[in-house]
Design a protein around this ligand. Sequence first.
Ligand code: ADP
Ligand code: ADP
Length: 226
Amino acid sequence: MASVTLKGIYKKYAGGVTAVSDFNLDIEDKEFIILVGPSGCGKSTTLRMIAGLEEISEGELYIGDRLVNDIAPKDRDIAMVFQNYALYPHMTVFDNMAFGLKLRKTPKDEIKRRVDEAARILDITHLLDRKPKALSGGQRQRVALGRAIVREPQVFLLDEPLSNLDAKLRAQMRTELSKLHLRLGTTFIYVTHDQTEAMTMGTRIVVMKDGFIQQVDTPQNLYSKP
Ligand code: ADP
Ligand code: ADP
């Protein structure tokens, strides 16, 4: 069970900004949901609330049938991929990918199995001994994905993961992310301001504006309407 349900969610930041208002959405198991909209419309805040990195001011958040409002990020069965990759510069690719599992006291042979498998999926096996500074932007992005994959989460949260890549690599990674979604069979919740990404990858697109949901629809319906 890896549906995600948001019921009447609000986020009011200290200082008075209401970043998200009355957000209602049922995300089904295995969906690739895209949150799209202009800068400042509340996409990131929504994702961070699902991740547990931001407190929910009002409303209910369920992952599967579990109410997770007060559940710590590490206990939510989610993994998040950040725009800036957030790799540890002093660690090898292997150790970067293994780090979260080590924290969770996963047995060593299990860590190795998962890192090797993720590396194979992402085609970065030959990079496992390198440090991040010896990687290209695209390779770093793969390592960041790998670090999330090894956790084997029910839900993947991705915050503009391709925005630091050049156009050619972005196009390539769009295809790879779609394949990865199918291969892993998990729910993806993906934030972007890029319409091409929304159109080509999403099963459904949530258009946000000023903290509100404006529209929810399939790419086909959304972009064929005038
Ligand atoms: P988006 O991801 O769509 O660009 P954000 O969720 O980052 O939008 O921001 C939504 C609104 O909340 C913006 O007005 C932003 O300035 C505000 N905001 C974001 N983070 C904070 C914060 N930590 N404190 C106060 N206001 C914030
Ligand atoms: P998580 O287990 O939450 O996915 P990681 O396994 O990547 O996160 O890292 C575990 C801990 O290290 C978390 O508390 C996270 O906030 C922190 N962390 C992750 N990346 C960085 C970073 N680049 N610099 C400093 N701390 C980080």
